[in-house]
Design a binder for this molecule. Structure first.
Ligand code: SF4
Length: 86
């Protein structure tokens, strides 16, 4: 299952709690905002716990963590194909 982390630029006010909480996942820019502000990233499976911590740390609720729908469908199809081949 693939998870996507995204930052709403309208809500992000640069508190910095996300990249302080999860420094291996998120980083700050020269103005103190998270560099992912206004963007999105695929969360590596071994970083999912950090992504959840960052999401919970944001006082503005600017961070969204959700499943990537298209990839999940592809994953299921691959899995179904594998079942039919077995
Ligand atoms: S996403 Fe939240 S915690 Fe991170 S810099 Fe923006 S407001 Fe601060």
């Amino acid at each position: 299952m693939t998870f996507i982390l995204s930052i709403d630029p309208a809500k992000c006010t640069g508190h910095g709690r996300c990249y302080t909480t999860s420094p291996d996942l998120l980083h700050d820019d020269e103005d103190g905002f998270v560099t992912l502000r206004g963007g999105a990233m695929v969360v590596p499976p071994d970083r999912l716990a950090e992504a959840r911590q960052a999401t919970g740390a944001c006082p503005e609720r600017a961070i969204s963590l959700g499943r990537q729908r298209g990839a999940d469908r592809a994953d299921r199809k691959d899995s179904d194909d594998h079942l039919h081949r077995s």
